[in-house]
Design a protein around this ligand. Structure first.
Ligand SMILES: [Zn+2]
Length: 507
């Protein structure tokens, strides 16, 4: 019995025209298989469409089957070694899997690549050569790009507020969207409304989002901040800003090139330079303020709304005064922040000042941890139940899919098949999805993997330090799994003492 796999790939139209076509590859490969006396042939074919989002699902399927199927494959037939992977890192990865399964690589020109060290070295060298050719090609394409930009031309790319003009290879202003941009800058610099409130305001007006997709159909504060930071709106678009590098089979490094390497292209301005600069000042101020208060939130990520069981987020109240040192922060139910399609209606939960909750939680913990007996008694009533494991697995699979997509985009970018701006746009979108996913996985993992701690260790951890500072307190509070919070009173004002219902769940 001779089990053979055939893998064929065509990535661009150009290659197809150069006689690399899938049919030609397959014909050669099948012939080879017959020569070898194969009795069982499996075929995996990846067809590419230039410029479109692409994956190599068949290659992945093939590797999966090699690893998991019961068939013992003898050989993999390919047209040329570069069909497998264009970079040596990817090739090394594929070879490793083939090697582990004792599968020979045979190319249609008759070259055999076995599994001995010499052959592996030759294969890796060939991979390096094809990688080098790619680098050359990329450099040439970058030089062409630079020339194009110097002439004031940009790549076709979607940017909110603009329409790409194919003739002049630059933007025209999209009047409707430009109005929104102007409003955003005006609200931010003149009325001093924060990015979060602006997003909320725009969502209320039901204005379509810059990048509509299945999952993202509301404006986020980050979208707003992205717009405020974007100098294109003041007439200067920075291009060649990012560099993508593949540092391992799964990791892509996106780095900012030194400013001297950026190429500025003039585009039609939507707001005045002076307005844009003012926005930068405010943004930088905010950033510095945020940095100072970072790490001191004892309960961040732990507090859930007792009414709807959704997370409560820390939000700053918008105070009319310009005194930045007098900020008040509140825990606010998520449904009151992002109230958009897909989420339940706003719940009735009232917001509670963060410091009030922190004090109450700490004092409650002091009571619970008063002695080992009090702790044991509390745990008997309040230990959390372990579910959610299946969901976690699903999310992890989904994350892998997204990571693969990212990988593919980088592949395509590195191969010179995808413009930088389009790659950036796609990667940004994926990163946004990944961020959300990672956060959920992190939350679930925290629940699923931690073994319930012993009373002894919980108690000791709590009493380790006599007068814990905030940092130490935060560490101690990590033994809290979640806190359900509900405000029961109906008083108003900064100085009234709210009546709170609290349910602390320990690990
Ligand atoms: Zn709620």
């Amino acid at each position: 019995m001779y089990n053979v796999i055939i893998y064929a790939r065509v990535s661009t139209l150009i290659q197809a025209e150069q006689g690399y076509s899938i049919d030609a590859q397959l014909e050669d490969c099948r012939k080879k298989a017959q020569e070898l006396g194969a009795t069982n042939i499996e075929e995996y074919i990846d067809r590419g469409k230039s410029g479109k989002f692409l994956e190599r699902p068949e290659l992945q399927k093939m590797l999966y089957n090699i690893k998991h199927s019961e068939t013992n494959y003898d050989a993999l037939i390919i047209y040329k070694l570069d069909r497998l992977s264009r970079d040596s890192m990817g090739l090394a990865y594929i070879i490793k899997i083939l090697q582990q399964n004792n599968i020979k690589i045979i190319s249609t020109d008759g070259a055999h690549y076995g599994t001995n060290p010499q052959d592996i070295l030759i294969m890796q060298m060939m991979g390096s050569i094809s990688e080098f050719e790619n680098a050359l090609r990329k450099e040439r394409s970058i030089r062409g790009k630079i020339e194009k930009r110097r002439q004031g031309k940009i790549d076709k790319v979607k940017k909110y507020g603009f329409i790409y003009n194919n003739k002049k290879k630059n933007f025209d202003i999209n009047k409707e969207e430009a109005e929104i941009i102007k409003k955003i800058f005006n609200w931010f610099t003149e009325e001093r409304i924060g990015a979060f409130k602006i997003a909320k305001r725009i969502n209320k007006l039901k204005i379509p989002t810059p990048l509509p997709s299945k999952n993202i159909h509301i404006w986020h504060e980050n979208t707003i901040r992205g717009i405020l930071r974007d100098e294109s709106y003041a007439g200067t678009m920075h291009t060649m800003k990012y560099k993508f590098e593949k540092i391992s089979i799964k990791k892509i490094k996106k780095t900012i090139r030194p400013k001297s390497e950026w190429i500025d292209v003039s585009v039609p301005a939507i707001v005045e330079k002076i307005t844009w600069e003012k926005a930068q000042e405010i943004l930088n101020d905010n950033k510095n303020n945020k940095r100072n208060t970072k790490n001191i939130w004892l309960l961040q990520g732990l507090v859930l709304c007792n009414i709807c069981k959704k997370p409560m987020y820390i939000k700053q109240t918008i105070t009319k005064s310009k005194n930045t040192n007098n900020k008040v922060f509140y825990f606010r139910c998520r449904t009151k922040i992002y109230n958009h399609a897909g989420l339940p209606e706003k719940c009735d939960a009232r917001s509670v000042q963060v410091n009030v909750v922190e004090d109450l939680v700490w004092n409650t913990l002091l009571k619970i941890f008063y002695s080992k007996e009090t702790l044991e008694k509390y745990l008997k009533r309040n230990r959390k139940e372990n579910t959610e494991n299946i969901l976690l697995e699903e999310l992890i699979t989904k994350r892998q899919t997204l990571l693969n997509k990212k990988n593919t985009i980088t592949d395509w970018f590195l191969d010179g098949k995808l413009e930088e701006d389009i790659a950036t746009e796609k990667l940004n979108k994926l990163n946004m999805e990944l961020d959300t996913l990672n956060l959920r996985i992190k939350m679930l993992k925290k629940n699923a993997t931690k073994q319930p701690a012993t009373i002894e260790s919980l108690y000791n951890k709590f009493h380790e330090v006599n007068n814990p500072d905030r940092e130490k307190k935060k560490e101690i509070i990590q033994s809290v799994d979640k806190i359900y919070l509900e405000r029961l009173d109906d008083t108003n004002g900064k100085y009234c003492v709210p009546k709170l219902k609290l349910n602390i769940i320990l690990y």
